[in-house]
Structures are given as C-alpha cells and as structure tokens.
Design a protein around this ligand. Structure first.
Ligand code: IVH
Length: 677
C-alpha cells in the first residue's frame, strides 16, 4: 500500500526531476550537479520499487521503459498536420507578403520569422498536462504512434510545467539531432564497422523508426515546438509570439530565436540575419519560416489542401562551390570497407577549405556518374562532412571515362566482396577486402588498438603506425609489446626520449581492463558499448572466447549479428594465436567490470530469466535489482537457470521453464527474494 506520504514525496520527486531535465536539456542551464540529480533519481527508483503503483508511464523513471513493438499503431491527428509552401528568393517572399496584404485589406500585418529546423515533424498530445500520445505526420491525417520513442527524448516534458495545463493540448514541432551528437554517434558507428548516417535528418528519421525504444534512448535526439493542433480548455494565445511563450512556460522547448517584423524590409533583414547566426544553433536548419503573427487573421485566410496561406518557408541555398575532381582514391578501413574519396582542387565552402569529400560507395558514384576530370559541385550543409552532389556536365572533358570501381583491394590486390551491413542507409552497398593481412586494414587495426577508448597508448597514431608497419617492426597488435628502445629510436624523427615515452605507454596498456582489450581487437560490430557489455558479462578473455552463439545471445542487448561476429572472430585460428601472443606478452585478460558486478550478494551464483510484463517495474530495473544483489540475468531459459520470473502474458520462456523443470516465481515472490535482508 502506498501511503499518502510516499505519494506526496513521489509527486515532489517527479516535479523536481522534470524541472531539472528542463533546465538541463531544454535550457542548457543545469541547476544542480549530476550527482545531486542521480540522488533524486535514485530516491525515485527506490520509492517506486517499494510502491510499484507509483511507477506510472509519466514518471521520469519510465522514459526508457517502453517494450519493443512489432509495428507502430496508426495515430489519427485531430487537426491535420500540414506542410509549408517553399520559396527560394526575395521576390517570391515579396509575392507571399503581397498576397496576404490583398487577402486582408485594411489590416496591419505583423510577422514572425523562425528557423526552419531540419528534422522530423511530430505532434505531441498532452491531456491534463500529461504526455499521452506522440505521432509522426504520416500523410497529414494519420501518422505512426511513436509515443514510447518520443518519451526517451529528455528535452520533451512528460508533464507540462505549472498549474494551468489545458484539458487537451496538441503541440507540433520537430525532432532533430544536434550536430555534435550526430557526429559522435556516426564516429562510433564507423568504429563498430557500421555505415554512418548521411546527415542528422536521416539519423533522426532512422532513430524514430526503431521499434525498440531502448535503441532510441541511445540516440541523441532533441525537440523544438512551434505550433499547436487541437486544444481544449484554457489555452487561447492571440499571436504566434505569445503561443511560443506559453509553450515555453509549460517547459516545451522553443525555437532558439525568433524575429518580430512589421515591414518587408524587416522581414528580409531577419531572414539574412538568421542565415548568419544559424550555424551557432548546434543543429541543422535549412531555411526560415515566415508566419503571420496574429492568430485570428490566420483563421481568416485559412489554408489550401496542403499548406496554410499564412506561413511560408524560405529555403536557404546550401553552401556550394565548384571545383575540379583531380582523382578518385579508394580508402580501405580497418574492417576492410572500401570507400571512394574525391580528391579535389582545394576550394572554400561554408568557411572552410575542402580538398577531399566522400563519394560514399559504388552505387552513389554510378548514380551521379562522377568522373575524374569533372568539375563537380561540392556542398556543405551546416557542419556535416562535405559531399560531392553533382557534376557540371557542360564542363566535362570530351575524353572522360566512367570510373570503374575496383574489384580488388587497391592496397593488397585481394578480390573484394559485398556483405550486407544492417541498419544503415547504404545497406549492402559496401565492398570489403577480406584479406586480414591487408596493410591498410593492419594499419587501421593498429591505430584502433592504441585509440583512447581502447588500449589508450599515447603516440600510437597514424604517423607512427605507418612508420612501424613500413619498417616491418609491427605486423599485428602483439608486436607493440616486443618493440625495443633501439628499434624505436631508429625511426625517423623519433628521439630516445619519445621512444621511451612510447614504450612506457605500451607497458602501461598491459594492465588495462578487459573491455578495452575486447574493443581493441576490432571485432566487427563490437564498439565501445558492446565491449563494455561483454566485459561485464565475462570473467576473462578465455570465457568470452569459449562462449558460443547461444551463450552470447543470452546476454541482454547482444543480437545475432554481434554474436555471430564474436564467435567467428574467436574461431579463426590466427586470432587465437594472436591471443596467445598477447597472453605471453603479459597482458591482463581479467575483467574488473565483471568482478565489480559479481561482488558477493545474497543472490550470488543465481541466474534469473525475466519474462512477461512485470507490473510496475521495467526489465532494466528488475535486472539491476538482481545484479545489485550479485545475481545474473540471462535472456534465455536453460537447465542452468535458477529462477524464471513470470509477469503478465509470459509466453515461450515460461513454457520452456516448465518443460525443463526450472523454478517459476511470480512478481510478489521475486520482490521478496530481492528485498534487502
Ligand atoms: S510551421 C501548418 N515552423 O518544415 C504547418 N514548420 O517544410 C506548420 N518545420 O511541415 C509548420 N521548422 O515539419 C513550422 N519553425 C517551423 C518549422 C517547421 C521546421 C518543418 C515542419 C513543416 C516543414 C515544411
């Protein structure tokens, strides 16, 4: 039973956490330390564990609690979500303004200019202040219900702030991915051998389409809100500026800047100024939106079938430049992926000199028919990596020939093959060199081994790696540990002092924790996050090497592609020999992460499988409880399972447990078992 005291404290905690989320994520002005925040969240989780009926979907503990779906449910928009007409020039903008002047004779028109955020349009429905439903635009009338995915966005309030939330408030806006987060995420995808997303908008759309909210939670999404759909109750702003202010007061993130304009001249100035400052927003914008400020005048002009008459988008030219494509080189990455790269006559685009641009893959190259000797158009939209968007055909030399993508690795001559890479925009389009001894791959692996997140060997960057590979001193990562000071100081531009520093760094790397070593091995699909999961799960490298696919699949968050890739890696005899050389060199194979988790507790040695809906508790929380008491959680039932915790609607796992005679307990029994003694 929940006492009224618990209930009130819960309300207080939820409100405090919501306030701090808003200060941190929407205003970027945190009011308390991370530690203090974690303390509040810890207290909330503890309270909800004691009183499960408090863990309602609008609790901040439930942001990532949604379960994987097999498909999205349709969501009907009470007020249709419309699009905007586009304009590309000042004269078109003038036409738009003049049209409205004619439609509203005698009225004084005032305007608002807002950034046009380059993301994915969404509608959020709040009922009595609680976030109940979130949907994509879809065809404007019906979209996808992506409520669980949207809940994971920290700048989206689960509760409207303040006491006067209307009965129904449908707000409209844009989900986007800030540039910094986008770049970090792409870098880690590349490190894991996955295809990077082409731009933040694709990354946002791809993220919102995930059926498992847990994968969405890992994506750095944010939201901005600039309009409303259906409203019921006390919400009646009279202008756009007031509307944005009222939304912001509810804790709904507002556009970073708006301009109020009375004349055409002021409008054009605002558009220009926005173009100058938009780089500083930290997310991509592709234009300005001009809106009539007065909402009652808007109602008078109405809309066409597609777009309102009272607003228009003014699209900025993406920054482009023309330059000569001198050659196309093929880069071979650590995982053997072949990427065509345009080597350009250096040219200034959006404030920086561009001399190389990615051409993505063979299909892209062929589609755009880009040839050496062409004058090409290079584009830099926002802060994203430059790309070649097209060819100036009039300038094509008469004797130019199509680029022939190599069928063998340009570094080692091995025939290349295509393997599908899931979850990327370019799935299946990547050629790979399968030769592990390929010098390009070897260099990539050696650099990766030394990188910050892996074995963290300072000085082990591109230049050194190229030198030691060329001189034949280092062939694989175990050779780092055989280098002598004489060998190193014999290298060009390497003094005795730097050689000694490097050796000290190499020596220090021997005691790194297991997960860093696992990451350093460069197994396909095993990036930073996966390496940590494996480090927590396995006692030492030998245990990981001995794990079969099924064992790996039993680990939370390890899917088939990863499991297969790990098993393949360890079953390669050359990799096994490498492991033995690393062992002989004295590297630490033990996992401190595993030790920390397996510290003695009342459930030490016990394995749990959680299945069905656990009322008032997420899977992650239940698992955390088991682990905090020394037990383990596995994803599949076997004879070794000690307990199957069966919640509502438990299915196959429950059946299997009964077949194998594994003990099945309900939620109440589980609570008793994990309760502090
Ligand atoms: S107002 C009734 N304001 O751009 C239509 N839209 O190309 C209301 N967008 O569908 C749209 N930033 O998804 C509006 N400040 C902003 C916007 C914005 C981005 C998106 C929105 C719209 C699309 C049109």
């Amino acid at each position: 039973m929940t006492s009224s005291q618990d209930f009130l404290r819960h309300r207080e905690l939820c409100a405090a956490i919501a306030r701090h989320d808003h200060a941190y994520y929407a205003l970027a002005r945190p009011a308390i330390s991370d530690r203090e925040y974690d303390r509040l969240m810890g207290e909330l989780l503890g309270l909800e564990q004691r009183c499960p009926d408090l863990a309602t979907p609008d609790s901040p503990s439930q942001r990532v609690a949604g379960r994987p779906l097999s498909e999205f449910r349709p969501a009907q928009h009470a007020v249709p979500m419309m699009s905007l007409d586009n304009t590309y020039s000042q004269s078109e903008a003038r036409e738009f303004v003049n049209r409205l002047i004619k439609l509203l004779p005698g009225e004084t028109l005032e305007w608002v200019v807002e950034p046009k955020v380059d993301g994915v349009a969404v509608s959020l429905r709040y009922e009595n202040g609680v976030f109940e439903l979130g949907a994509t635009r879809g065809d404007g009338t019906t979209g996808d219900d992506i409520t669980a995915n949207l809940r994971t966005i920290r700048s989206l309030p689960l509760h409207l702030l303040g006491p006067d939330a209307p009965e129904v408030l449908e707000v409209r806006g844009e989900v986007y991915m800030p540039t910094a987060g986008f770049q970090k995420m792409n870098a880690s995808r590349v490190a894991q051998g996955e295809e990077p997303f082409a731009n933040p908008r694709n990354a946002t759309a791809g993220s919102l389409k995930q059926l498992d909210p847990r994968s969405v939670a890992a994506r750095p999404l944010a939201i901005v809100l600039y309009g409303v759909g259906e409203t019921r109750g006390s919400f009646a702003p009279t202008t756009q500026l007031e509307l944005i202010q009222r939304l912001a007061a509810f804790g709904l993130p507002a556009p970073p800047r708006t301009w109020f304009c009375r004349t055409m001249e002021e409008l054009l100035e605002a558009i220009d100024e926005l173009d100058k400052v938009r780089e500083s927003f930290g997310f991509e914008t592709d234009g300005a939106v001009i809106k009539l400020n007065d909402l009652s005048l808007r109602a008078r002009v109405g809309a066409t079938s597609k777009a309102p008459r009272w607003a228009i988008a003014y699209k900025y030219e993406p920054e482009q430049a023309r330059t000569l494509l001198k050659s196309i080189t093929i880069q071979v990455g650590r995982t053997g992926a072949l990427t065509p790269v345009a080597e350009l006559e250096p040219v200034l685009v959006a404030g920086s000199t561009v001399s190389r641009a990615t051409l993505h893959n063979e299909e892209e190259l062929a589609r755009k028919d880009i040839r050496v000797g062409d004058t090409v158009i290079v584009e830099k939209a926002g802060e994203v990596i430059p790309a070649v968007v097209g060819v100036v055909m009039e300038k094509r030399p008469a004797d130019s020939v199509s680029f022939v993508f190599p069928r063998s690795c340009p570094e080692c001559g091995t025939a290349v093959s295509k393997t599908a890479v899931e979850d990327g925009a370019d799935a299946g389009a990547v050629w790979r060199c399968a030769n592990q001894d390929c010098p390009a791959q070897a260099r990539g692996r050696l650099e990766h081994w030394c990188s910050r997140g892996a074995m963290d060997i300072e000085g082990g960057g591109e230049v050194l790696v190229a030198q030691v590979v060329k001189s034949g001193l280092v062939l694989d990562v175990s050779d780092w540990y055989r280098l002598t000071i004489e060998e190193l100081s014999g290298l060009e531009r390497m003094g005795r002092k730097s050689a000694q520093n490097l050796l000290d760094g190499i020596q220090a790397s021997k005691s790194r924790d297991l997960y860093r070593l696992i990451l350093g091995l460069g197994i396909l699909h095993v990036g930073d996050g996966v390496a940590k999961i494996l480090g927590r799960e396995f006692e030492d490298l030998d245990a990981l090497a001995a794990a079969g696919e099924e064992r790996l699949l039993s680990v939370e968050d390890i899917g088939e592609a990863i499991a297969r890739s790990v098993v393949d890696w360890f079953s390669d005899s050359r990799n096994r020999r490498l492991i033995e050389r690393l062992r002989a060199a004295g590297l630490n194979f033990k996992s401190a992460l595993f030790q920390a988790r397996a510290a003695p507790g009342p459930l030490k040695g016990k394995t749990f499988v959680l299945t069905g809906t656990l009322e008032g508790m997420t899977r992650d929380e239940a698992a955390a409880l088991v682990e905090s008491r020394g037990g383990k959680v596995s994803g599949s039932v076997s004879k070794k399972t000690d307990y199957v915790v069966a919640g509502a609607e438990a299915g196959g796992k429950l059946e299997k447990a009964r077949k194998l005679g594994v003990k099945v307990i309900d939620l109440a029994a589980f609570r008793d078992l994990v309760a502090e003694r």
